[in-house]
Design a protein around this ligand. Structure first.
Ligand SMILES: Nc1ncnc2c1ncn2[C@@H]1O[C@H](COP(=O)(O)OP(=O)(O)OP(=O)(O)O)[C@@H](O)[C@H]1O
Ligand SMILES: [Mg+2]
Length: 202
């Protein structure tokens, strides 16, 4: 820990403002939070594709991908979920400084965990609740995890044997149960224009 005293992050040769000016959009960190199978990854990829088509710079940080690499040493205890989110937040913060729209597709089940992420990312943080009922998510169950959790073979599974606290004051709520993915993406893009991340006339 004491080595930290000797750290000095270099001044960035290209400022965030210059990145944003070239990109013609702002950097931002969009947390897509919701139950397993709510559709976070599906929505994140669809949004990423639409942003790419219009020339925006975006990147998806997906829970499963992170857990396969950067966070592969972490399990699913509350402390480890917290650390998982902390790392995602640190990566997102670096990218946002380069003007990237970072789409975080993460369950982020607890309000306290999301609050830490919000604290780290400040005004760049936007919380988007991918709302779908537990029943709908369990019916979908694309990975078969709900079935395993019900059988008791998957411990600490969010929604079944671990809590999911719905966001109390999200910036945006998307109906991921009955509204088609593309409609939600269109909605999201319009909203990103309204809140100044994308140029309104773009
Ligand atoms: N309206 C909808 N919005 C999003 N996904 C939907 C919708 N209707 C059906 N789906 C389906 O629900 C599933 C959602 O899976 P997805 O992997 O995106 O969820 P997730 O929230 O990322 O889950 P996990 O937390 O396990 O990673 C997909 O198979 C998707 O096609
Ligand atoms: Mg996912």
């Amino acid at each position: 820990m004491s080595g930290k005293r000797h750290l000095l992050a270099p001044e960035q040769a290209v400022s965030r403002a210059r990145h944003e000016s070239r990109n013609a959009h702002a950097g931002a960190a969009l947390l897509l939070t919701g139950l397993p199978a709510a559709g976070k990854s599906t929505l994140a990829q669809a949004l990423h594709a639409r942003l790419f088509e219009r020339g925006a710079r975006s990147l998806v940080l997906d829970g499963d991908a992170l857990r396969g690499g950067l966070c592969r040493d972490l399990g699913f205890s509350e402390a480890e979920r917290q650390e998982n989110l902390r790392r995602a937040g640190e990566v997102a913060a670096l990218l946002v400084e380069s003007g990237v729209i970072v789409i975080l597709a993460l369950i982020a089940p607890l309000a306290s965990q999301r609050a830490l992420l919000a604290g780290r990312l400040g005004d760049d943080y936007r919380e988007i609740w991918c709302r779908a009922s537990l029943e709908a998510c369990e019916r979908r169950d694309p990975k078969g995890h709900y079935a395993l959790a019900r059988r008791g073979t998957l411990a600490g599974f969010t929604g079944i044997s671990a809590p999911y606290e719905p966001p109390a004051a999200p910036d945006l709520v998307l109906d991921c149960e009955s509204r088609p993915v593309e409609e939600n993406v269109t909605w999201l893009l319009r909203w990103l224009g309204e809140c100044g991340v994308l140029r309104a006339d773009d």
